[in-house]
Design a protein around this ligand. Structure first.
Ligand code: SF4
Length: 441
Protein backbone atom coordinates (compact mmCIF):
# COMPACT_ATOMS: atom_id res chain seq x y z
CA UNK A 1 0.00 0.00 0.00
CA UNK A 2 1.33 3.42 -0.99
CA UNK A 3 -1.29 5.86 0.24
CA UNK A 4 -1.02 9.45 -1.04
CA UNK A 5 -2.74 11.06 -3.97
CA UNK A 6 -2.73 10.64 -7.75
CA UNK A 7 -3.76 12.81 -10.66
CA UNK A 8 -4.46 11.64 -14.23
CA UNK A 9 -4.77 13.96 -17.20
CA UNK A 10 -6.31 12.34 -20.27
CA UNK A 11 -6.10 13.29 -23.94
CA UNK A 12 -7.74 11.65 -26.94
CA UNK A 13 -10.38 9.05 -27.51
CA UNK A 14 -12.82 6.99 -25.40
CA UNK A 15 -10.25 4.20 -25.34
CA UNK A 16 -7.85 6.52 -23.53
CA UNK A 17 -10.58 7.69 -21.15
CA UNK A 18 -11.25 4.08 -20.34
CA UNK A 19 -7.56 3.26 -19.87
CA UNK A 20 -7.37 6.19 -17.44
CA UNK A 21 -10.27 4.74 -15.46
CA UNK A 22 -8.33 1.47 -15.21
CA UNK A 23 -5.15 3.22 -14.06
CA UNK A 24 -7.18 5.11 -11.52
CA UNK A 25 -8.60 1.82 -10.18
CA UNK A 26 -5.10 0.32 -9.97
CA UNK A 27 -3.79 3.28 -7.97
CA UNK A 28 -6.82 3.24 -5.68
CA UNK A 29 -6.16 -0.45 -4.95
CA UNK A 30 -2.88 0.82 -3.49
CA UNK A 31 -4.78 3.09 -1.11
CA UNK A 32 -4.27 6.25 -3.16
CA UNK A 33 -7.00 8.86 -3.59
CA UNK A 34 -7.59 11.27 -6.45
CA UNK A 35 -6.08 14.77 -6.17
CA UNK A 36 -7.79 17.87 -7.52
CA UNK A 37 -4.71 18.93 -9.48
CA UNK A 38 -1.25 17.74 -10.45
CA UNK A 39 0.25 20.15 -7.92
CA UNK A 40 -1.32 18.25 -5.05
CA UNK A 41 -0.46 14.74 -6.28
CA UNK A 42 2.26 12.21 -5.45
CA UNK A 43 1.78 10.33 -8.73
CA UNK A 44 0.89 12.20 -11.93
CA UNK A 45 -0.06 10.34 -15.11
CA UNK A 46 -0.45 12.07 -18.46
CA UNK A 47 -2.36 9.69 -20.70
CA UNK A 48 -1.57 10.78 -24.23
CA UNK A 49 -2.92 10.62 -27.76
CA UNK A 50 -0.96 10.93 -30.99
CA UNK A 51 -3.70 10.16 -33.50
CA UNK A 52 -3.80 13.85 -34.41
CA UNK A 53 -1.25 16.60 -34.11
CA UNK A 54 -3.20 18.87 -31.75
CA UNK A 55 -3.50 16.53 -28.74
CA UNK A 56 0.16 15.61 -29.16
CA UNK A 57 1.17 19.28 -28.84
CA UNK A 58 -1.03 19.61 -25.76
CA UNK A 59 0.84 16.72 -24.15
CA UNK A 60 4.18 18.47 -24.48
CA UNK A 61 2.74 21.64 -23.04
CA UNK A 62 1.25 19.66 -20.09
CA UNK A 63 4.65 18.07 -19.50
CA UNK A 64 6.25 21.53 -19.47
CA UNK A 65 3.78 22.69 -16.81
CA UNK A 66 4.53 19.61 -14.71
CA UNK A 67 8.19 20.58 -14.38
CA UNK A 68 7.49 23.24 -11.73
CA UNK A 69 5.38 20.83 -9.64
CA UNK A 70 8.11 18.17 -9.78
CA UNK A 71 10.75 20.74 -8.76
CA UNK A 72 8.66 21.69 -5.73
CA UNK A 73 8.03 18.02 -4.86
CA UNK A 74 10.95 15.86 -6.10
CA UNK A 75 9.33 12.70 -4.61
CA UNK A 76 6.48 13.03 -7.09
CA UNK A 77 6.41 10.16 -9.63
CA UNK A 78 5.64 11.38 -13.15
CA UNK A 79 4.30 9.05 -15.84
CA UNK A 80 3.51 9.44 -19.53
CA UNK A 81 1.18 6.71 -20.81
CA UNK A 82 -0.74 6.13 -24.05
CA UNK A 83 0.11 6.57 -27.70
CA UNK A 84 2.81 9.26 -27.38
CA UNK A 85 4.58 7.09 -24.79
CA UNK A 86 4.42 4.11 -27.15
CA UNK A 87 5.60 6.14 -30.11
CA UNK A 88 8.43 8.05 -28.46
CA UNK A 89 9.60 5.34 -26.02
CA UNK A 90 13.06 6.00 -24.49
CA UNK A 91 13.33 9.25 -26.42
CA UNK A 92 10.77 10.76 -24.05
CA UNK A 93 12.98 10.05 -21.02
CA UNK A 94 15.90 11.73 -22.78
CA UNK A 95 13.85 14.69 -23.88
CA UNK A 96 11.96 15.29 -20.59
CA UNK A 97 14.33 15.21 -17.63
CA UNK A 98 11.56 15.42 -15.00
CA UNK A 99 9.81 12.29 -16.33
CA UNK A 100 10.12 9.01 -14.38
CA UNK A 101 8.07 6.42 -16.32
CA UNK A 102 7.17 5.90 -19.97
CA UNK A 103 4.24 3.47 -19.87
CA UNK A 104 3.44 1.74 -23.18
CA UNK A 105 -0.09 0.83 -24.24
CA UNK A 106 0.45 -2.85 -23.35
CA UNK A 107 1.88 -2.09 -19.91
CA UNK A 108 -0.98 -0.33 -18.12
CA UNK A 109 -1.40 -3.24 -15.69
CA UNK A 110 2.17 -2.72 -14.53
CA UNK A 111 1.70 0.85 -13.36
CA UNK A 112 1.62 0.05 -9.60
CA UNK A 113 4.78 -2.10 -9.76
CA UNK A 114 6.65 0.51 -11.78
CA UNK A 115 5.66 3.34 -9.44
CA UNK A 116 6.91 1.18 -6.55
CA UNK A 117 10.23 0.61 -8.33
CA UNK A 118 10.76 4.30 -8.99
CA UNK A 119 10.03 5.10 -5.36
CA UNK A 120 12.42 2.46 -4.10
CA UNK A 121 15.31 2.88 -6.49
CA UNK A 122 14.89 6.29 -8.09
CA UNK A 123 15.24 4.61 -11.54
CA UNK A 124 13.72 6.15 -14.64
CA UNK A 125 11.90 3.44 -16.59
CA UNK A 126 10.61 2.93 -20.12
CA UNK A 127 8.21 -0.03 -20.43
CA UNK A 128 6.98 -0.11 -24.00
CA UNK A 129 7.40 -3.60 -25.48
CA UNK A 130 4.41 -5.15 -27.25
CA UNK A 131 3.35 -8.44 -25.67
CA UNK A 132 1.23 -11.39 -26.75
CA UNK A 133 -0.95 -10.81 -23.70
CA UNK A 134 -2.16 -7.48 -22.33
CA UNK A 135 -3.27 -7.75 -18.72
CA UNK A 136 -5.26 -4.49 -18.74
CA UNK A 137 -7.45 -5.87 -21.55
CA UNK A 138 -8.92 -8.30 -19.01
CA UNK A 139 -9.47 -5.68 -16.32
CA UNK A 140 -13.05 -4.91 -15.45
CA UNK A 141 -14.12 -1.29 -15.42
CA UNK A 142 -13.92 0.21 -11.95
CA UNK A 143 -17.52 0.44 -10.85
CA UNK A 144 -17.16 1.41 -7.20
CA UNK A 145 -20.16 1.35 -4.91
CA UNK A 146 -22.18 3.67 -7.09
CA UNK A 147 -24.07 2.67 -10.19
CA UNK A 148 -22.64 4.09 -13.43
CA UNK A 149 -25.57 4.35 -15.82
CA UNK A 150 -23.48 4.24 -18.98
CA UNK A 151 -20.16 2.37 -19.02
CA UNK A 152 -17.43 1.63 -21.52
CA UNK A 153 -16.27 -1.95 -21.92
CA UNK A 154 -13.13 -2.73 -23.92
CA UNK A 155 -13.64 -5.76 -26.16
CA UNK A 156 -10.43 -5.55 -28.15
CA UNK A 157 -7.34 -3.47 -28.51
CA UNK A 158 -5.02 -2.59 -31.34
CA UNK A 159 -5.62 -2.61 -35.07
CA UNK A 160 -4.17 -4.62 -37.96
CA UNK A 161 -5.45 -2.45 -40.80
CA UNK A 162 -2.58 -0.01 -41.33
CA UNK A 163 -4.58 2.77 -42.98
CA UNK A 164 -1.84 4.90 -44.47
CA UNK A 165 -2.46 7.95 -42.24
CA UNK A 166 -2.91 6.22 -38.88
CA UNK A 167 -0.54 5.56 -35.99
CA UNK A 168 -2.79 3.17 -34.08
CA UNK A 169 -1.30 -0.09 -35.41
CA UNK A 170 2.13 1.25 -34.32
CA UNK A 171 1.04 2.59 -30.94
CA UNK A 172 -1.47 -0.07 -29.89
CA UNK A 173 -0.17 -3.12 -31.74
CA UNK A 174 -2.13 -5.74 -33.69
CA UNK A 175 -5.80 -6.57 -33.04
CA UNK A 176 -6.23 -8.55 -29.85
CA UNK A 177 -9.72 -9.60 -28.78
CA UNK A 178 -10.78 -10.11 -25.23
CA UNK A 179 -12.37 -13.52 -24.56
CA UNK A 180 -16.15 -13.42 -24.89
CA UNK A 181 -16.68 -14.84 -21.38
CA UNK A 182 -14.64 -11.98 -19.90
CA UNK A 183 -16.72 -9.36 -21.68
CA UNK A 184 -20.01 -10.99 -20.67
CA UNK A 185 -18.90 -11.23 -17.02
CA UNK A 186 -17.93 -7.57 -16.94
CA UNK A 187 -21.24 -6.49 -18.46
CA UNK A 188 -23.16 -8.68 -15.99
CA UNK A 189 -21.27 -6.98 -13.16
CA UNK A 190 -22.13 -3.53 -14.52
CA UNK A 191 -25.83 -4.42 -14.77
CA UNK A 192 -25.81 -5.95 -11.27
CA UNK A 193 -24.62 -2.55 -9.99
CA UNK A 194 -27.49 -0.75 -11.72
CA UNK A 195 -25.83 0.06 -15.06
CA UNK A 196 -28.23 0.39 -18.00
CA UNK A 197 -26.03 0.99 -21.02
CA UNK A 198 -22.66 -0.27 -22.22
CA UNK A 199 -20.54 0.95 -25.11
CA UNK A 200 -18.25 -1.75 -26.47
CA UNK A 201 -14.89 -0.28 -27.39
CA UNK A 202 -12.33 -1.32 -29.95
CA UNK A 203 -10.52 0.29 -32.88
CA UNK A 204 -12.31 -2.08 -35.24
CA UNK A 205 -15.07 -3.90 -33.34
CA UNK A 206 -16.31 -5.71 -36.46
CA UNK A 207 -13.08 -7.70 -36.44
CA UNK A 208 -13.82 -8.92 -32.90
CA UNK A 209 -12.90 -12.57 -32.40
CA UNK A 210 -10.97 -12.99 -35.66
CA UNK A 211 -7.68 -13.32 -33.77
CA UNK A 212 -9.07 -15.89 -31.29
CA UNK A 213 -9.08 -19.61 -32.00
CA UNK A 214 -12.61 -20.49 -33.13
CA UNK A 215 -13.35 -16.93 -32.09
CA UNK A 216 -16.92 -15.75 -31.77
CA UNK A 217 -18.01 -13.08 -34.25
CA UNK A 218 -19.00 -9.61 -33.13
CA UNK A 219 -22.65 -10.38 -33.94
CA UNK A 220 -22.41 -13.46 -31.69
CA UNK A 221 -21.10 -11.32 -28.84
CA UNK A 222 -23.99 -8.88 -29.32
CA UNK A 223 -26.46 -11.77 -29.18
CA UNK A 224 -24.97 -13.02 -25.91
CA UNK A 225 -25.11 -9.56 -24.37
CA UNK A 226 -28.69 -9.06 -25.50
CA UNK A 227 -29.69 -11.94 -23.21
CA UNK A 228 -28.51 -10.16 -20.07
CA UNK A 229 -31.58 -9.16 -18.14
CA UNK A 230 -31.61 -5.52 -17.13
CA UNK A 231 -29.16 -4.41 -19.83
CA UNK A 232 -31.22 -1.86 -21.73
CA UNK A 233 -28.79 -0.51 -24.29
CA UNK A 234 -25.69 -1.70 -26.12
CA UNK A 235 -23.61 0.63 -28.27
CA UNK A 236 -20.30 0.00 -29.99
CA UNK A 237 -17.52 1.93 -31.64
CA UNK A 238 -15.69 1.97 -34.01
CA UNK A 239 -16.83 -0.07 -37.02
CA UNK A 240 -14.71 -0.43 -40.14
CA UNK A 241 -16.81 -0.32 -43.33
CA UNK A 242 -14.85 -3.18 -44.92
CA UNK A 243 -15.83 -5.52 -42.05
CA UNK A 244 -19.39 -4.29 -41.68
CA UNK A 245 -21.67 -7.00 -43.04
CA UNK A 246 -25.25 -8.18 -43.25
CA UNK A 247 -24.81 -10.24 -40.07
CA UNK A 248 -24.19 -7.10 -38.06
CA UNK A 249 -27.04 -5.22 -39.75
CA UNK A 250 -29.37 -8.14 -38.86
CA UNK A 251 -28.06 -8.24 -35.29
CA UNK A 252 -28.81 -4.53 -34.98
CA UNK A 253 -32.28 -5.06 -36.38
CA UNK A 254 -33.14 -8.11 -34.25
CA UNK A 255 -31.86 -7.27 -30.81
CA UNK A 256 -33.82 -5.05 -28.52
CA UNK A 257 -30.81 -3.82 -26.57
CA UNK A 258 -28.62 -2.89 -29.56
CA UNK A 259 -29.12 0.80 -30.30
CA UNK A 260 -29.95 2.14 -33.75
CA UNK A 261 -26.73 4.03 -34.21
CA UNK A 262 -23.48 3.20 -35.94
CA UNK A 263 -20.25 5.14 -36.30
CA UNK A 264 -18.93 4.12 -39.70
CA UNK A 265 -15.98 6.28 -40.77
CA UNK A 266 -16.04 7.09 -44.50
CA UNK A 267 -13.00 9.45 -44.54
CA UNK A 268 -13.36 10.56 -48.19
CA UNK A 269 -15.87 10.39 -51.03
CA UNK A 270 -13.15 10.00 -53.71
CA UNK A 271 -12.03 6.49 -54.65
CA UNK A 272 -8.45 7.47 -55.48
CA UNK A 273 -8.11 9.11 -52.05
CA UNK A 274 -9.64 6.06 -50.32
CA UNK A 275 -7.12 3.92 -52.19
CA UNK A 276 -4.22 6.11 -51.10
CA UNK A 277 -5.58 5.92 -47.54
CA UNK A 278 -5.57 2.09 -47.84
CA UNK A 279 -9.14 1.91 -46.60
CA UNK A 280 -10.00 -1.29 -48.57
CA UNK A 281 -13.39 -0.08 -49.85
CA UNK A 282 -14.58 2.35 -52.48
CA UNK A 283 -17.38 4.84 -52.19
CA UNK A 284 -19.90 2.64 -54.05
CA UNK A 285 -19.26 -0.25 -51.62
CA UNK A 286 -19.68 2.08 -48.66
CA UNK A 287 -22.92 3.49 -50.07
CA UNK A 288 -24.25 -0.03 -50.61
CA UNK A 289 -23.56 -0.91 -46.95
CA UNK A 290 -25.43 2.19 -45.86
CA UNK A 291 -28.36 1.24 -48.11
CA UNK A 292 -28.47 -2.25 -46.60
CA UNK A 293 -28.25 -0.89 -43.09
CA UNK A 294 -31.03 1.63 -43.61
CA UNK A 295 -33.20 -1.06 -45.16
CA UNK A 296 -32.70 -3.45 -42.23
CA UNK A 297 -32.71 -0.87 -39.45
CA UNK A 298 -35.16 1.90 -40.33
CA UNK A 299 -34.37 5.19 -38.64
CA UNK A 300 -30.78 4.15 -37.87
CA UNK A 301 -28.46 7.10 -37.17
CA UNK A 302 -25.16 7.01 -39.04
CA UNK A 303 -22.16 9.09 -38.04
CA UNK A 304 -18.72 9.15 -39.62
CA UNK A 305 -15.21 10.56 -39.57
CA UNK A 306 -13.99 12.54 -42.58
CA UNK A 307 -10.48 13.72 -43.42
CA UNK A 308 -9.91 16.66 -45.74
CA UNK A 309 -6.65 17.63 -47.42
CA UNK A 310 -5.18 14.12 -47.65
CA UNK A 311 -2.01 14.24 -49.82
CA UNK A 312 -2.99 14.45 -53.47
CA UNK A 313 -6.63 15.38 -52.78
CA UNK A 314 -7.62 17.60 -55.73
CA UNK A 315 -10.54 20.03 -55.78
CA UNK A 316 -12.44 17.46 -57.86
CA UNK A 317 -11.75 14.77 -55.24
CA UNK A 318 -12.91 17.11 -52.53
CA UNK A 319 -16.11 17.83 -54.47
CA UNK A 320 -16.79 14.07 -54.32
CA UNK A 321 -16.51 14.22 -50.54
CA UNK A 322 -19.06 17.06 -50.47
CA UNK A 323 -21.32 15.09 -52.80
CA UNK A 324 -21.02 12.05 -50.49
CA UNK A 325 -22.12 14.18 -47.52
CA UNK A 326 -25.16 15.35 -49.46
CA UNK A 327 -25.98 11.87 -50.68
CA UNK A 328 -25.49 9.84 -47.48
CA UNK A 329 -26.76 12.59 -45.17
CA UNK A 330 -24.96 11.52 -42.01
CA UNK A 331 -26.58 12.43 -38.72
CA UNK A 332 -23.26 13.87 -37.59
CA UNK A 333 -19.63 13.76 -38.65
CA UNK A 334 -16.28 14.35 -37.01
CA UNK A 335 -14.12 16.04 -39.61
CA UNK A 336 -10.41 16.75 -39.48
CA UNK A 337 -7.66 18.28 -41.55
CA UNK A 338 -5.06 15.70 -42.53
CA UNK A 339 -1.97 15.95 -40.36
CA UNK A 340 1.03 13.76 -41.17
CA UNK A 341 1.73 11.36 -38.31
CA UNK A 342 5.32 10.21 -37.83
CA UNK A 343 6.15 6.79 -39.24
CA UNK A 344 2.99 6.47 -41.35
CA UNK A 345 3.01 5.95 -45.13
CA UNK A 346 0.93 9.07 -45.70
CA UNK A 347 3.53 11.28 -44.01
CA UNK A 348 5.92 10.37 -46.82
CA UNK A 349 3.50 10.95 -49.70
CA UNK A 350 4.24 13.75 -52.17
CA UNK A 351 1.62 16.34 -52.99
CA UNK A 352 0.82 17.51 -49.48
CA UNK A 353 -2.14 19.91 -49.61
CA UNK A 354 -1.33 23.49 -48.47
CA UNK A 355 -2.63 24.40 -45.01
CA UNK A 356 -4.85 27.26 -46.23
CA UNK A 357 -6.57 24.91 -48.68
CA UNK A 358 -7.17 22.36 -45.90
CA UNK A 359 -8.65 25.05 -43.66
CA UNK A 360 -10.98 26.27 -46.41
CA UNK A 361 -12.10 22.70 -47.24
CA UNK A 362 -12.78 21.89 -43.61
CA UNK A 363 -14.96 25.01 -43.32
CA UNK A 364 -17.01 23.91 -46.34
CA UNK A 365 -17.50 20.45 -44.86
CA UNK A 366 -18.64 21.98 -41.56
CA UNK A 367 -21.09 24.26 -43.31
CA UNK A 368 -22.74 21.46 -45.29
CA UNK A 369 -22.86 19.04 -42.37
CA UNK A 370 -24.28 21.63 -39.97
CA UNK A 371 -27.20 22.18 -42.32
CA UNK A 372 -27.79 18.40 -42.57
CA UNK A 373 -27.58 17.84 -38.80
CA UNK A 374 -29.90 20.79 -38.13
CA UNK A 375 -32.31 19.34 -40.70
CA UNK A 376 -32.44 16.04 -38.76
CA UNK A 377 -33.00 17.90 -35.50
CA UNK A 378 -35.81 20.03 -36.93
CA UNK A 379 -37.44 16.96 -38.47
CA UNK A 380 -37.49 15.36 -35.00
CA UNK A 381 -39.80 18.09 -33.64
CA UNK A 382 -43.15 16.60 -32.69
CA UNK A 383 -41.86 13.01 -32.64
CA UNK A 384 -41.38 10.92 -29.51
CA UNK A 385 -38.28 9.02 -28.46
CA UNK A 386 -37.03 6.89 -25.60
CA UNK A 387 -34.41 8.81 -23.59
CA UNK A 388 -32.06 7.26 -21.05
CA UNK A 389 -31.52 9.96 -18.43
CA UNK A 390 -27.83 10.27 -17.55
CA UNK A 391 -27.81 13.27 -15.24
CA UNK A 392 -29.86 15.97 -13.62
CA UNK A 393 -28.03 19.26 -13.98
CA UNK A 394 -27.55 20.78 -10.56
CA UNK A 395 -27.84 24.40 -11.58
CA UNK A 396 -30.88 24.22 -13.83
CA UNK A 397 -32.60 21.06 -12.62
CA UNK A 398 -32.79 19.99 -16.28
CA UNK A 399 -32.43 16.31 -17.11
CA UNK A 400 -29.96 15.30 -19.83
CA UNK A 401 -29.97 12.02 -21.68
CA UNK A 402 -29.66 10.43 -25.08
CA UNK A 403 -32.02 8.77 -27.52
CA UNK A 404 -31.27 5.29 -28.85
CA UNK A 405 -29.91 7.06 -31.94
CA UNK A 406 -27.38 8.85 -29.69
CA UNK A 407 -28.90 12.32 -29.89
CA UNK A 408 -28.55 14.47 -26.78
CA UNK A 409 -31.90 15.53 -25.31
CA UNK A 410 -32.40 18.09 -22.56
CA UNK A 411 -35.67 17.86 -20.70
CA UNK A 412 -37.20 21.14 -19.65
CA UNK A 413 -38.47 19.91 -16.29
CA UNK A 414 -36.96 16.99 -14.46
CA UNK A 415 -39.53 16.61 -11.69
CA UNK A 416 -39.87 12.98 -10.80
CA UNK A 417 -37.17 11.97 -13.29
CA UNK A 418 -34.06 10.28 -11.96
CA UNK A 419 -30.73 9.36 -13.56
CA UNK A 420 -31.08 5.88 -15.02
CA UNK A 421 -34.76 6.32 -15.94
CA UNK A 422 -35.90 5.45 -19.43
CA UNK A 423 -38.38 8.14 -20.30
CA UNK A 424 -40.72 8.53 -23.26
CA UNK A 425 -40.05 12.07 -24.47
CA UNK A 426 -41.73 14.37 -26.96
CA UNK A 427 -39.22 16.45 -28.89
CA UNK A 428 -40.36 20.05 -28.77
CA UNK A 429 -37.38 21.76 -30.40
CA UNK A 430 -34.51 20.79 -32.62
CA UNK A 431 -31.42 22.86 -31.83
CA UNK A 432 -28.05 22.94 -33.58
CA UNK A 433 -26.32 20.35 -31.40
CA UNK A 434 -29.12 18.83 -29.31
CA UNK A 435 -32.85 18.38 -28.87
CA UNK A 436 -35.18 19.87 -26.33
CA UNK A 437 -37.92 17.61 -25.05
CA UNK A 438 -40.67 17.17 -22.50
CA UNK A 439 -41.94 14.04 -20.84
CA UNK A 440 -44.60 12.57 -23.13
CA UNK A 441 -48.07 12.04 -21.68
S1 SF4 B 1 -8.94 1.04 -39.02
FE1 SF4 B 1 -7.40 2.39 -39.91
S2 SF4 B 1 -7.88 4.41 -39.01
FE2 SF4 B 1 -8.91 2.88 -37.74
S3 SF4 B 1 -7.44 2.45 -36.09
FE3 SF4 B 1 -7.09 0.92 -37.70
S4 SF4 B 1 -5.45 1.78 -38.95
FE4 SF4 B 1 -6.30 3.45 -37.71
Amino acid sequence: MFGGRYYIETYGCQMNEHDSQKMSALLEELGMTEAASADQADVVVINTCSVREKPEHKVYSALGTLKAAKTRNPAMVTVVAGCVAQQERDKLLKRVSHLDIVLGTHAIGELPALVGRVRETGERISCTDFRGEVSSLHMHAPIGGEARICSYVTIMQGCSNFCSYCVVPFTRGPEMSRPERDVIDEVRGIVAQGGKEVTLLGQNVNAYGKDLEQGPSFSHLLRQLDRIEGLRRVRFTTSHPKDFDEGLASAMADMASVCEHIHLPLQSGADNVLRAMKRSYDYAAYREKVRLLRQKVPGVAITADMIVGFPGESEADFQQTLAALEEIRFDQIFSFKFSPRPGTDASRLPDQVPEDVKIARLARVHQIQEAITSGYHLAAEGTTAEVLVEEIKQQTGQARGRTRTNKVVNLGASEGILPGDLVRVEIVRGLKHSLLGKKAD
